[in-house]
Design a protein around this ligand. Structure first.
Ligand SMILES: Cc1ncc(COP(=O)(O)O)c(C=O)c1O
Length: 408
């Protein structure tokens, strides 16, 4: 027996909102407040005069077990600094993913380099060694792998390819804190790992970011780029490289340092919820939970699902609308298009050449974005929330499947 959908006047599966506001408030506690007050009391909000940001960098390096870390003002800044430190420059090609945030792409363009898009695997939505190899040229200087949604790319074949072709590997870990590939943590596998601390991420200080690497000199160069080229040592001011002001403030570092201590427990909770959702949703015909590639541990930054529109008999947008009407907010589409079709990217002028990206460039990415929708998943969700999400999906699927059977 099917129940009338809320979208058509039926009773909602869930009457009260799946929290977002309480979620934001619960992210910060007494420890963050105290850390901010300590910085204010110190009288120094800028890292040049204070010590909190430097302490955060040591904390990050120790946490990830790497030689060094540099704190910066955003994830976008982290990638820009990484490209600068690797001397990616005018006319170089940098391969990245078409399903990502602009923060992975803007830095490439800002270096006057050419973004080249490798297609994604339709199961994981990540780029692969094969898809990277297909777009490699003699001009390729680096690849920015984007670990999407909490899932690390399958890294060893990518590293092997990069070593063979002498290209650098930058890991964009903004969405995938503590995801692992063959036991290695995202960000510690390529030449440099870049992280975002913006408000949407596993941990946050409002806005912020950092880079990690085992190459101390790379981190030194990145830090110089983040501070207008100033080494901040020696009696005479000199700028060693042309850089930006991407400094993290002492206030950001104070909050980020406390948040980092919470990271492991946040990921543990998200993994528990993610695995429960995987188990429950895989029992619903027509819903495809996120596929986790062999050797990968997911960290569930968001929870993408695909709806089999043939089986359910309706398009992804209507499906998302119907589930949302049941009281479970479903985001669709995740992106309106692959990033290469965004207005700011589709036609670029780089080093006197015009670069035009067209529909059809990455068919897997385009197809994935037509059917991928995003379910809520955060560490504050309860087992009841997971039960309601599942119930809403079951209700909507059953309703449409039965309707389809009645009117084939
Ligand atoms: C995959 C990815 N890369 C880079 C960024 C950029 O991070 P930020 O917003 O801190 O500049 C984001 C942020 O949304 C992201 O999701």
């Amino acid at each position: 027996m099917t129940h009338e959908l809320a979208a058509y006047g039926g009773t909602k599966v869930r009457e009260w909102p799946l929290d977002t506001r309480e979620y934001s408030q619960a992210r910060f506690g007494e420890e963050e407040k105290q850390a901010v007050m300590d910085v204010l009391d110190s009288g120094h909000l800028c890292r040049v005069f204070g010590k909190r940001t430097t302490e955060f960098e040591h904390q990050v390096a120790e946490y990830f077990g790497v030689a060094a870390a540099a704190a910066v003002s955003s994830g976008t800044a982290a990638i820009h600094c990484a490209l600068a430190a690797l001397e990616v420059g005018p006319g170089d090609e940098v391969i990245t993913s078409p399903i990502t945030d602009m923060g992975s792409v803007i830095p490439i363009i800002a270096r006057n380099a050419v973004p080249i898009f490798a297609d994604v695997d339709t199961n994981t939505f990540n780029i692969t060694a094969d898809s990277i190899e297909r777009v490699l040229t003699a001009h390729t200087k680096a690849v920015i792998v984007v670990h999407l949604a909490g899932q690390c790319c399958v890294m060893q074949p990518i590293i092997d390819l990069a070593r063979e072709r002498s290209i650098h590997v930058i890991e964009d870990c903004a969405q995938s804190y503590l995801s692992t590939c063959d036991g290695r943590t995202a960000g510690t596998i390529g030449d440099v790992g870049c992280f975002s601390l913006n408000d949407f991420k596993h941990i946050t200080c409002g806005d912020g970011g950092f880079l990690i690497s085992d190459d101390r000199d790379l981190i030194r160069r990145a830090a110089l780029f983040a501070d207008k080229g100033y080494p901040r040592s020696g009696p005479v001011r000199n700028s060693l490289v042309l850089g930006m002001n991407y400094r993290m403030t002492e206030l950001q570092a104070a909050v980020a340092g406390v948040q980092l201590k919470k990271l492991a427990s946040i990921i543990e909770r998200r993994r528990t919820l993610g695995r429960t959702l995987n188990r429950l949703l895989s029992q619903i015909g027509g819903i495809i939970p996120p596929a986790v590639a062999k050797g990968i541990e997911h960290s569930y930054w968001f929870y993408p699902i695909i709806v089999d529109s043939q089986l359910v008999g309706l398009d992804a947008s209507t499906f998302a609308r119907d589930v949302t009407a049941e009281g479970i907010p479903v985001a669709f589409p995740y992106l309106g298009s692959p990033v290469y079709l965004f207005d700011s990217v589709r036609r670029l002028r780089i080093c006197d050449s015009e670069i035009v990206y067209k529909q059809g460039l990455c068919p897997n990415a385009e197809e994935s974005l037509r059917s991928m929708m995003v379910l809520p998943c955060n560490e504050f969700m309860t087992e009841d929330d997971v039960r309601d999400i599942t119930a809403a999906l079951v209700k909507v699927v059953n309703y449409h499947v039965e309707k389809k059977q009645r009117n084939p």
